[in-house]
Ligand binder design. Structure first.
Ligand code: NAD
Length: 472
């Protein structure tokens, strides 16, 4: 069977389904292809959404365990794992079936199956349902096939007991002990889930600190709490061998000094980063150029084949859902021949641990590395009225300014709700705010949003709630 479409989209994650809905909304005929039953991709089925649901659940456990400070005493929690798993699956099902309904309403043809290129204008679709293969010719194709776990290089990651984030999110059981390899976003988020549910969690991180991309002062409050929640955190250490043993996995660690140690765990979760998912796309049948970062694209996200575009994790930039959806806007505008701004550099990052760590724009460590002169102003949440009323005093809001022009260059926040609050930082950076602008905006009292204003006031030497030396 063979048919044609104006826009074929490979992969229905936040990059692919956003592109599909936008293009269909502009009157283009769109075919969206994905192996899952509905649009959603990694983010909804096996990533952002199920992990945030489970983090919320363990957040409730943490909140109730801290409530005794307020004189509120709860019985020790009883965890019904089957119900928790079912609830998480319901959240995923609600959202993905909702997207399936949206696709229909918008006239997008959704095909459950996998696609690969036969040539620069034709896709071969292998339907998931066992129906016969079909060919689709396209005017434009958007590659939005996302990424896959990269695993620990040089080791067999397919051993029994060694799992990735997909298996961890399936929540088959709660292992007695869990080694998390990688102290990045997935490692700390899923490590927090399992520690909250009762596993003894150890994290091993190759670099000198958790969340290596974030500024150290933002990570410190989180690291301190994780030290209490986790059984162990091994820094400057790599996993040099994995061996399946009775009841689990024996792991060999090698420290910076070359010293080796061994320990057994019920399970090992590998969270050492992801790689572009492009190996099975038949790109060799096209003139699309690829590289270590995925598909080589220009500033409009066009590949080296004129009618083939790429969005999301397989293009340069952070592997984040909101970056992928922004890419989709740019590509659809480009296909429609609209002049549009090139890619945005202001992409916020959030780690959804308790406390959350969020940042946007320039970090202090990047500034140091690149020799950019900056001045940071911090407002500790211990000085926030709202922070005390909600028992969230260990956070910090940090604004990074150009010391000469006093323009805002970056924002970092650690604390409960940092992921929501950082949106104010994104807006301020997009609008080109100065320290005076940041301080002049009236925020409601008492809220954590006031910490943005207070940090700007610290920079200007006129903080009301936190005494910082006057700036000269
Ligand atoms: P990551 O890049 O965030 O973290 C991987 C960590 O593993 C790094 O700290 C790295 O130094 C460490 N590492 C690498 N090899 C190692 C080894 N052999 N031994 C020990 N440590 C090792 O990657 P991730 O956590 O796997 O996440 C994958 C992608 O998905 C990332 O781009 C991430 O940003 C994204 N993601 C984002 C969120 C979020 O936005 N909250 C959540 C989950 C995943």
């Amino acid at each position: 069977m063979s048919r044609s479409t104006q826009v074929a989209i490979i992969g229905a994650g936040p990059g692919g389904y956003t592109a599909a809905f936008l293009a269909a909304g502009q009157g283009l005929e769109v075919t969206l292809i994905d192996p899952s039953a509905n649009p959603g991709g990694t983010c909804l089925y096996r990533g952002c959404i199920p992990s945030k649901a489970l983090l919320h659940a363990v957040g409730v456990l943490e909140e109730s365990s801290r409530a005794s400070v307020m004189g509120l005493h709860f019985a020790p929690p009883r965890i019904d794992l089957d119900r928790l798993r079912a609830w998480k699956d319901e959240v995923v099902e609600n959202l993905t079936s909702g997207l399936g309904g949206q696709a229909k309403l918008r006239g997008v043809t959704f095909i459950q199956g996998s696609a690969s290129f036969i040539d620069g204008k034709t896709l071969l679709i292998k339907p998931g349902s066992g129906e016969s293969d079909e060919k689709i010719t396209f005017e434009h194709c958007i590659i939005a096939s996302g990424s896959l776990p990269s695993g620990i290089p040089g080791l067999n990651n397919d051993l029994p007991g060694v799992i990735g984030s997909t298996e961890a999110l399936a929540l088959a059981d709660i292992p007695d002990s869990l080694l998390v390899v990688g102290g990045g976003n997935i490692g700390l988020e899923l490590g927090s889930v399992y520690a909250g549910l009762g596993s003894k969690v150890t994290v091993v991180e190759y670099t000198a600190g958790l969340l290596p991309l974030a500024d150290r002062d933002l990570v410190r409050p989180l690291a301190k709490l994780l030290q209490e929640r986790f059984a162990n955190i091994l820094l400057n250490t790599r996993v040099s061998n994995l061996k399946s043993v009775d009841g689990g996995v024996e792991v060999e660690f090698t420290g910076k000094d070359g010293q080796m140690t061994q320990e057994s765990f019920s399970r090992v979760l590998v969270a050492t980063g992801r790689k572009p998912n492009i190996a099975d796309l038949g790109l060799e049948n096209t003139s699309v150029e690829t590289g270590p970062g995925g598909v080589v694209v220009d500033e409009r996200l066009r590949s080296s084949e004129e009618r083939i575009w790429a969005v999301g994790d397989l293009t340069p930039g952070p592997m984040l859902a909101h970056k992928a959806s922004n890419d989709a806007h740019l590509v659809v505008d480009a296909i429609l021949g609209r002049t549009a701004p090139t890619r945005r550099a202001i992409i916020p990052s959030v780690t959804y641990t308790n406390p959350e760590v969020a940042w946007v724009g320039l970090t202090e460590s990047e500034a140091r590395k690149e020799g950019i002169k900056v001045k940071a102003a911090r407002f500790p949440w211990a000085a926030s009225g709202r922070g005390h009323t909600v028992m969230q005093t260990q956070g910090v809001t940090k604004l990074i300014f150009d010391p000469e022009s006093e323009m805002l260059l970056g924002v970092g926040i650690t604390g409960h709700g940092a992921g929501e609050l950082i949106a104010e930082g994104v807006m301020a950076l997009e609008q080109g705010f100065s320290a005076k602008d940041m301080a002049a905006i009236i925020r409601p009292h008492p809220t954590m949003s006031e910490t943005m204003m207070e940090a700007a006031e610290v920079f200007l030497g006129k903080s009301v709630h936190f005494h910082a030396p006057r700036r000269r």
